[in-house]
Ligand binder design. Sequence first.
Ligand code: ZN
Length: 288
Amino acid sequence: MFLWRASLRNRLTIAMCAFSIVSGCAMQQFLRVDERRVDERLRFFLGGGGNSLVLSHGAEAFLIDTKFAGASQSLRHRVEEELLRDVRRILLTHSHFDHADGLERYHHLGPVLVHENTKRRLEARGVRARWVEVNGAIELQLGDELVRIWFPGKGHTDGDLVAYLVKRKLLVTGDLVTAQNEPVIDVSSGGDVLAFRHTLDALLQLDFVTALPGHGEPVGRATLVRLRDYLAQLELEVRDGQSRGWTEDEVVAGISMKGAPDLEPVPFGANREKTTRLMDRALRARKE
Ligand SMILES: [Zn+2]
């Protein structure tokens, strides 16, 4: 979720600490991995960085997102020692440390599915793997589970992949959705505030019932609808302010967002003012 560059890894840790303090839990608590057993084949591992999903099939396991390296160690232990499965395929939803750092725990294993922009950022950090680029959509048949992996468009970054477990009507969104939070747009990783709501619209075309977000508890369709509607209303109000000749600061002060969904800010990550400023600049840049 977080927006720090690779060279600022220590700052990431500080941000995580601040997040945990603000949210009222200890750092240890924040990094704790909370296992949710859906059934014999499917488990969610919440926290320890971004949320992860493990889908077992035969002697293998398919893993989505590898968390921070430390948390990934315990995740791998649980999969191998408790589920008695080998992680053979990995999907990384995007390049942020809290989702991808733990890949180093699996580097000798099978293919790693990523968008080309995620691959480029990871390779710039020195990460090497047997990459499989997914820039459109592919399907994986894992036992009797059909998994669609898809790039729905820019939003949080310019390389967010999602996974749709067809039989279960379950969508794994990465940080395109972070529970009930303000949308997090990492411009330095190609995040796009104007494209975001269209990407959410594309996701809502899928027939999913439950979504596993990048952070927090599983959510329903209503969470994505709220996020899309929030961005749509914000864009409308920013456009209206600009048409009145308002400056960026006047737009920030002047929009009402009356009736808009109440989204929680992400400490050091996202809040309404930041999203408004991004929106204002993106719309002005489009006019130039
Ligand atoms: Zn992220």
